[in-house]
Ligand binder design. Structure first.
Ligand code: FAD
Length: 485
């Protein structure tokens, strides 16, 4: 019997699992996909917001500001790519009042290190912005981070410290009998005292599984945001995260350097019905380019390397995170985790602990708890470190992904870490192979061969991403040169 089953292996569930692994509790983390960080956590802007945007007094405001502070310490500890580049909310004359209002809101939310910049002060630090911009709210504490690396760091550390991870475990029913829940997926049943619902877009459906009266539930509507991800050449255009003055429609289209030095432009916000619709359409891309042109007209969109979209899990008619023990005793919701959920994520774990303490759970320290950082990327190592690594293992001397300088040693390591790595995209999330200019065009087939060799599978077993996305459909033994690798 588990003490806690956490449903959802995005950054919310992973952060909570990590925190609980510091204590002597029996915890399971279950995820419907074949890897963690596979849904909203992998498709967002990657910004650690400073915290001036959420309404004062909301859970969102409190956890955003706290989470943002926690990143500063945690990201380097985990070797997660994070860069405290700061953000600017830019506006024109007509936006003055709104920008100053945001500044005030930031003060109320206790955001540190903010300033209002005007005229030349702005162009001194951001020379490529359009010259009709006259005011900016500068928030030094804002940062950019790799969301999937952070999620992996939480999840891997949780697993190393005793949390049991179930992948490809889609919860299809939950039954409650007296003080226990029975969580089911394809015939496997986990018995647990408590459940934490961190199922993102499906948190409403998971909650409905335990409700007698569905009217006590909530509805999640997906709000889609599309993006351009551009080559590192374009990353040089800006030094900070540049937001436009928010409107009723949201934070607007941002232009930012990513933590790996690319340029990200987007998102828009369109309410849709289908929680699995990740398509990117031309109309949205035109809108994004037109909006971003109001910030800077220096971007060369011919250097685009990928478009993608992410879905925000918005609760209908509710504008905060919905966090806490629900009407069903022992069942905790972490629902409606839309933006700034990534920024707040490090604070979710301690917050979940507080809730569980309030429910009477006793926390006894796990004396064996230890943090293991993610392996350092080859491209971040010094020459001495590289030489040392190659001496240890010659596979580090073979570059497989030329765009991102990822060695075979890193790919092999990714395949043997605590969380099974079963797809080319899972390798990408672990070591950046395929993330660059050619988007896996050159290294994809080589990675497939390495996976075949290391995982003792056939090429037909290797997935691009989700279950069913097999790359090779027909294969004759000897058809691949993987023995030569
Ligand atoms: C366009 C966009 C831009 C954003 N930009 C930012 C930003 O810059 N900064 C910021 O702070 N926030 C941002 N966010 C918000 C942030 O991405 C989310 O708050 C965060 O990723 C939510 O993580 P999560 O773990 O709650 O959800 P998810 O990552 O979606 O994880 C939920 C998990 O639950 C699993 N699951 C669902 N149903 C089941 C089931 N039946 N059984 C088992 N598992 C199940 C899913 O497969 C999924 O892996 C953005 C969001 C979007 C969409």
């Amino acid at each position: 019997m588990y003490d806690v089953v956490i449903i959802g292996g995005g950054i919310t569930g992973a952060s909570i699992a990590y925190e609980l692994s510091k204590y002597k509790l029996k915890v399971a983390l279950v995820e419907k996909e074949n890897d963690v960080a596979c849904v909203t956590t992998k498709a967002n802007s990657g910004i650690v917001h400073a915290g001036y945007d959420p309404k004062p007094g909301t859970i969102m405001a409190k956890l955003n500001v706290l989470g943002s502070k926690m990143y500063k310490e945690l990201a380097p500890l985990f070797h997660v790519h994070y860069s405290n580049i700061g953000s600017l909310v830019v506006g024109r004359k007509e936006d003055e009042a709104k920008v100053l209002e945001l500044y005030q809101r930031g003060l109320e939310n206790k955001v540190e290190d903010m300033a209002i910049l005007r005229g030349e002060e702005i162009f001194k630090i951001e020379p490529n912005l359009n010259k009709d911009i006259s005011i900016a709210l500068y928030a030094k504490s804002a940062a950019v981070v790799s969301p999937w690396e952070m999620c992996l760091a939480f999840a891997e550390n949780a697993v190393r410290n005793g949390v049991k991870l179930y992948l490809s475990f889609k919860v299809t029913s939950i039954k409650k009998e007296r003080d226990s829940f029975f969580v089911e997926s394809s015939g496997t049943i986990l018995k647990t005292k408590m459940i934490i619902n961190a199922a993102g877009l499906y948190a409403d459906e998971i909650y409905n599984m335990v409700l007698d009266n569905k009217e006590d539930g909530f509805t999640i509507v997906p709000v889609k945001g599309d993006y351009y991800l551009l080559d590192k050449e374009e990353g040089k255009n800006v030094n900070h995260v540049i937001f436009q003055t928010p409107t009723k429609l949201g934070k607007g289209v941002l232009v930012s350097k990513t933590c790996h030095g690319n340029l990200i432009v987007g998102p828009n916000a369109i309410t849709i019905e289908d929680k699995e619709d990740f398509g990117v359409d031309e109309k949205s891309l035109d809108y994004i380019r037109n909006m971003a042109n109001l910030t800077t007209n220096k971007i060369n969109y011919r250097n685009n390397i990928r478009n993608f979209s992410g879905l925000r899990a918005k609760i209908l008619n509710y504008d905060d995170f919905l966090i806490g023990e629900s009407k069903v005793k022992g069942f905790i919701n972490f629902a409606g985790i839309k933006s700034p959920g990534l920024s707040a994520a490090p604070a979710f774990g301690p917050y979940a602990k507080e809730i569980l303490e309030g429910m009477g759970v006793k926390f006894v320290k796990n004396e064996d708890f230890k943090i293991t950082p993610l392996p350092k990327f080859f491209k971040d190592m010094s020459i001495d470190e590289i030489e040392e690594k190659i001496k240890e293992n010659e596979l580090y001397g073979r570059i497989i992904c030329r765009c991102e300088t990822v060695s075979e040693g890193e790919i092999v390591d990714s395949l043997h870490r605590p969380i099974p790595c079963l797809s080319i995209d899972a390798v990408k999330r672990r070591c950046n192979a395929g993330m660059g200019r050619c988007q896996g065009g050159f290294c994809g087939p080589k990675i497939l061969e390495i996976m075949v060799r290391e995982l003792h599978v056939t090429p037909k077993d290797v997935l691009q991403d989700k279950d069913g996305s097999n790359i090779v459909l027909e294969y004759t033994k000897g058809g691949l040169a993987h023995e030569e690798i």
